[in-house]
Design a protein around this ligand. Sequence first.
Ligand SMILES: *Cc1c(COP(=O)(O)O)cnc(C)c1O
Length: 404
Amino acid sequence: MNKIKHGLAGGKTMLASRMNNLNPYVPGEQPEDREYIKINANENPFPPSPKVKEALKNFLDKDFKKLGLYPDPDSRKLHEAIADMLNCTGGVLSRCQIEGDALDGTGSAKVKPASEDKIPFTVTPDMIYTGNGSDEVLSFVFYAFFDSDKKLICPEHSYSFYPVYCGFYDIPRLPVELNEDWTLKTEKMTSLARENDSPIIFANPNAPTSICLSREQVKKMLDDAPKNRVFVVDEAYVDFGGESVIALLKDYKNLVVVRTFSKSICGAGLRSGYIVADPQLVNAVTTVKNSLNHFPMDAMTQVACTAACGDIAYYAERAKEICEVRDDFISYLRNKGYTVCDSKTNFVFVKKDGLNGKKAYEFIKQNGILVRRFDTPGIEEYLRITIGTKEQMNELKKVMDKLD
Ligand SMILES: *Cc1c(COP(=O)(O)O)cnc(C)c1O
């Protein structure tokens, strides 16, 4: 479709033939010409913790000269901080118990995992790999574990970067359709994986549907899937009420859990993502990194993300707030006759019979609010709306009131 759009003016002849396999990802619009309420890219409407600002200021005041040196290629401090964060949250922020005032700026509030989320072992730093956004981390995971002679099993509708990387690395894909209610056909995915001796990838909660499989459901899939192939669960949105499968890592050495600082940790601009997996798999991804770009995480991002992990109560409080605003918005939409998937994410996936998705998107945009819509066959009538602040969602409600 948009092949070679990114090519050279001189035309095809100057391009390597592998360029023909590229079909680049198209992100949500980032317009500069007008001030929109921007709820189209699942970014977090809240700023990072004040502790992040403090850490960056300290870095500039005391360690400015370190910008002249290469950063720690192994991001050791950050890996320790992430492991600590996972151990004390269980991997799902919105369900944590918070002790103290999480928003007072002191960073003194503490968190405890909900009893059902508690991880039954200690996550250690050697189980963590970090990179320049989970998009980059995912690309290294694809390179390390998916081969061109094995079809990769993934849902037909999932994160749209997966097919992009398949093109990039020449990995064949076996997309599996979803059920009519947009839940995953889990048994079909695992039986196809067995037949084809395939690895599996999906997002949980899934995107753009917002629906989450329970840990038990993923465990069943892991039991049924090939044990000698990597099984990747992308938990970009799990902090908004999903069930993390980190607890399963002890029993499933082929499981790779991908996570990001971009959504629940208010850090999309920092570009930071990570995997949690068996140290042997972490080593494989590290080998890919060391063969391509030895220092993907810059020194300031390492400082900022380490500080973020140190004030996790702040983000847990923000995640709870987003879940509340989301649930209120879902009630509003259902009252107005919209079909809304049950969301365990910071976005909702909605449509309404008789309402044209493209027209609805354009009407909302004309009224100063950007949401996301996909031209992908099967989901054209849907809007994917990020949950912003209460105030932003009230503005959207006013606009949507005029839609019918
Ligand atoms: C946003 C998102 C990512 C990418 O996150 P970055 O860390 O910002 O690169 C990965 N997977 C899914 C499913 C996402 O929605």
